[in-house]
Every structure is written in C-alpha cells, then in structure tokens.
Design a protein around this ligand. Structure first.
Ligand SMILES: Cc1cc2nc3c(=O)[nH]c(=O)nc-3n(C[C@H](O)[C@H](O)[C@H](O)COP(=O)(O)O)c2cc1C
Ligand code: SF4
Length: 420
C-alpha cells in the first residue's frame, strides 16, 4: 500500500537524531512558519487540522489548547507525556530516540501558540538510555536559537503506570505521590503548581511541525473525516513482523496485521486482537475488518487508545491473557477509589482462581457484575480501562473460561498456570 509518511518520513537516516541531520531533512521549517504567525493563528491552524491527541483519549489538540485562559503574562506550562506505561505501547520511545529534534520543534511551536515559557518532558525513567541524546539535542537546539527563550526540563518519571495519567503526572512533577486529581478543575485552568497547563503526548507534539509546513488542509486530507494525519502503531504478538509502523488513519486493522506486518507468524489462525493498548476491549478474529481511527474503533465497541496493537493466535489461552492484564491493573491502581482498588483486586483473584482450575460458572456472572460496579465511578480512567479486557474477554471468549472451569485446568499446555 502506498501512502506518504509524515513523522517517520526520514527515520532511515541514521543521523536524524543530530541537529545537522535533522536540518538536512528540512527540520525546524515548521518553527520558521510558526514564527510568522500570531499565537491564535497557530491554535486555529492546529484546530483546523483536526489533529487528535495520541496518548489515549483522542481529544482534539486545538480544542484543548483553546481551553487555556487568555491572561497575558500569567505563568502557564506545557507538559509532554513521555511516560508510555500502557502495556503493549512502545511508539513514543521509538519516536524520541530517532528524532528528538522533531519533538523539540513541536514543543517550541506549541509554546509559541500558547505563550508558554516553561515545558516539562515527563519521561519514564526506564528510557534513561535516551536522556543523554535528549539533553544533547536540547543543548544544540538552544545554542542555535531554535528554542526561543524556552526553559525545557527533562523530568525523570518514577516508574508507575498511573503517573502517565495527566493529573497524576502533574502531582509527580510537583514531587508528590502520583495520585490522580479529581476533575474539575481541569489542568487547563489549574494544572502544574496551580497554573494553567496543557498536557500532550509525544506523538501528538511531533505532528505539529508538519502541519505548520504543509498546512491544515493537507493534514486533514491525509486522515479521515474526524481526524487528520497518520498515526504510529506499535504492533506486538503473533505476527510475522512486529514493530512500530506509521500508517494512514484510513487503513483497516486487518490490513495492518496481514499487509503491514506480513500476516500471522507461522501462518497460524488469528484468535484475538487488542487494538489500542491494555485498556482496549478485545476484538475477535471476525471483528478486525474495521478502521483504526478513533471513531471506527469506538463504533466497534473498543478503542484506538495508545496505538498498541496486540495480536494473538489460536493457541492463546484468553483466560491467561485477561489474568495477565487485570494483574497489571490491580498492581498499578493507586488505591484512592474503592471501586478501583477493591474491584481490580477481586477481578484478579477470581480470574486467577479460574485459571488455576478452581473457578465455577457463576464466577463469570460475578465478574461481569463487578465490572458494572466499577464503571464511571472513579477519579481517573484506570478503572474503566481495567474492565475493558475483562468484560470483553468473558463475553467474547466465554468458551475458554468455561473450558478452564469444567476441565479444572488449562488445556493450552504452553499457557498453563505455573504449577498446574
Ligand atoms: C492510567 C492512565 C495512564 C496513562 N498513561 C499515559 C501515557 O503513558 N502517555 C500518554 O501520553 N498518555 C497517557 N494517558 C493519557 C493522559 O491522561 C492524557 O490524556 C494524555 O497525555 C493527553 O495527551 P494527548 O491529548 O496528546 O493524547 C494515561 C491515562 C490514564 C488514565
Ligand atoms: S481509578 Fe484507580 S488509579 Fe484512578 S484514582 Fe481511582 S484508585 Fe487511583
């Protein structure tokens, strides 16, 4: 399939990460265009491009920017979310390591638009191998005058998934425990250190230079009706060629797996796909002829989320998959909300029992009832994310659960619970 890449267009150039390499590929051209525009014009350009946030929720970036109050001279912040803790997601570290200047250019454009002079890049500490490269990029860009008068802090995350949630991220930067804040007030009104703040994902920010260079109509034309541009997917699991791929938003999930990734590993039949990170409800093999954009996946009862596509073949035990995911969410719940803290713990315990061969058929209704008690009742979206794989797993792969319960064991030998 032929289409034009946008943010990974020059990723074959091994020197792209240097300032010289980036400039030779047309780098900082978007910033030059932004410098000729008024801040509001840049916001309008981004709004017209229909760029949607690529960290998970898909909120339109220009609209989010428009929520910042217009108070000239007031301190405000930009935070770039480079925490990337959602299981299966590995696109941001790939983008940052290949093209740090593209992120810096995007940051400078965003800060010009929003009249911000301080930016925090909240980077997961496991990505420490990127820190030297990034600090060098910041120093080089500053020396050559590409960062205006911006102060950029590369803040090291402390390794908790919840710190990727935007308000927990703010708490963490402030030196506190990563506990999400109740909203409202939203960060645009009361964010970092109590000041208006915009939080955007790495990939979202990296699309900004191309929009300034080519215009919003060009960007919009590349995407679908409700979202402009391409997106970068991180594909893992039982495909021939797993990895990060920039793809057009109009492509189907089926084509991602069978064209872009070369099909199923060892040509084994497909059983299930998680299309947007661990929080996304699971799709069955016959449900993948669906667009990868936010709205198409939402209509299919799942979500585009963080762009992490996880592919499972027919030899996969879905009880094991769901147990693995709920174990993660239960460990990572910050514990502030009872439905999340208790709900994830009980879901994990019950599914673990089923996995070990100690479950009963009534457990399946109990699991669904618990998920009903957790939905839309908590401070942040972790609880809703946690119920996605459980509910869809029990509803769509009920046969796997029943088999476990009736045979009192896992009949997929290589997936068996250790000790069974
Ligand atoms: C539990 C949880 C973890 C999250 N982790 C991340 C993350 O690692 N990176 C990210 O960009 N967004 C993450 N998000 C989404 C952020 O809260 C926020 O919506 C996003 O950073 C906004 O950027 P965007 O508008 O550019 O997508 C997470 C959300 C939740 C509820
Ligand atoms: S939903 Fe879970 S992770 Fe989010 S604030 Fe409540 S307890 Fe913490």
């Amino acid at each position: 399939m032929t289409f034009e890449k946008i943010i990974t267009k020059h990723f074959d150039d091994p020197k792209l990460y240097t300032l010289k390499g980036y400039l030779s590929c047309g780098g900082y051209e978007g910033l030059k265009r932004a410098r000729k525009k008024e801040p509001q014009e840049i916001i309008d350009t981004i709004r017209a491009s229909k760029l949607r946030g690529l960290g998970g929720a898909g909120f339109p970036t220009g609209v989010k920017w428009g929520f910042l109050p217009k108070k000239p001279g007031e301190k405000r912040y930009l935070c770039v979310n480079a925490d990337e803790g959602e299981p299966g997601t590995f696109k941001d570290r790939y983008l940052m390591s290949h093209s740090p200047h593209q992120l810096l250019e995007g940051i400078t454009i965003a800060c010009r638009a929003l009249e911000i002079d301080t930016c925090y890049i909240y980077c997961r500490y496991e990505f420490r191998y990127l820190f030297d490269r990034f600090n060098q990029a910041i120093a080089d860009a500053k020396k050559e005058g590409f960062l205006d008068n911006l102060e950029i802090h590369l803040h090291h995350g402390a390794g908790a998934y919840i710190c990727g949630e935007e308000t927990a991220l703010l708490e963490s930067i402030e030196g506190k425990k990563g506990f999400p804040r109740p909203k409202p007030p939203f960060p645009a009104i009361k964010g970092l250190f109590g000041k208006p703040t915009v939080i955007n994902n790495v990939e979202t920010v990296m699309f900004l230079p191309s929009i300034l260079v080519n215009g919003p109509e060009w960007f919009l034309k590349k995407g679908v009706e409700t979202a402009g541009g391409n997106r970068v997917l991180a594909v893992s699991g039982h495909v021939k060629n797993p990895g990060c791929y920039e793809v057009p938003l109009s492509i189907s999930l089926k084509n991602v797996i069978f064209e872009i990734c070369g099909g199923m590993k060892d040509d084994k039949p497909l059983k299930a796909v998680i299309p947007g990170g661990a929080s996304a409800p699971i799709l069955k093999a016959d449900e993948i002829d669906v667009g990868i954009d936010f709205d198409s996946l939402a209509k299919a009862g799942t979500m585009a989320g963080s762009g992490a596509v996880m592919v499972f073949n027919e030899e996969t035990c879905m009880v094991r998959v769901v147990h693995n995911l709920i174990h993660f969410f239960s460990d990572e719940s910050c514990g502030q909300c009872t439905p999340c803290r208790e709900g994830t713990t009980w879901l994990k315990k019950i599914i673990y029992g089923i996995e070990k061969g100690e479950g009963s058929e009534s457990d399946l209704d109990l699991l669904l009832r618990i998920t009903g008690q957790m939905s839309a009742k908590t401070i942040c979206a972790l609880a809703d994310g946690a119920i996605g794989p459980v509910r869809s797993g029990v509803e769509k792969f009920r046969d796997d659960f029943i088999k476990h319960i009736r045979e009192k064991r896992c009949s997929w030998p290589k997936w068996s619970w250790r000790g069974n």
